[in-house]
Design a binder for this molecule. Structure first.
Ligand code: DQA
Length: 142
């Protein structure tokens, strides 16, 4: 079955974007890691990125409509602003796992609130690209 991996704003710039915070892996590198592990787990990955909030919402609706096993969601800064994403996660039965490369709790105060985390099944943050792999392990066991 399918696991959607949805990435929000500025994550297309991974690799060159503040590498001291986010690491040097690109989103394509992370997709490769996930695909390798997904194969071993008997899962398929559908990896996407958008800088537009509504696309993330449309894709979560699609994940539910297509019977996806789970959604891994790194909503970038929308994590801290978007009641629409919060409501979307609550509106679907598909489990959503919040993912972050960095640990928002040890960064600026404005990153401490997560509207995504208040609706998600669980959160994995602070392990760089490994956060995504750990979230995939969790999804596989749901
Ligand atoms: C992020 C953390 C967010 O606070 C930030 O806005 C991002 C990336 C992370 O993966 O660490 O864009 O989601």
């Amino acid at each position: 079955s399918n696991v959607y991996v949805l990435n929000g704003p500025n994550l297309n710039l991974l690799g060159t974007r503040e590498p001291e915070i986010y690491g040097s892996d690109t989103l394509d590198d992370i997709a490769g890691l996930l695909e390798d592990r997904a194969k071993e787990l008997g899962l398929a990955i559908d990896m996407r990125q958008s800088n537009h909030e509504g696309h993330l919402i449309d894709w979560m609706h699609e994940a539910q409509a297509r019977g996806a096993k789970a959604v891994l969601l790194n909503a970038g800064a929308y994590t801290h602003t978007s009641i629409a994403l919060h409501d979307c996660i609550k509106s679907i039965r598909t489990p959503v796992i919040e993912v972050h490369l960095s640990n928002p709790h040890k960064r600026e105060e404005f990153r401490h609130l997560s509207y995504v985390g208040q609706a998600a099944k669980g959160t994995i943050a602070g392990f760089g690209a490994l956060s995504y792999l750990l979230a995939l392990e969790a999804a596989a066991r749901l």
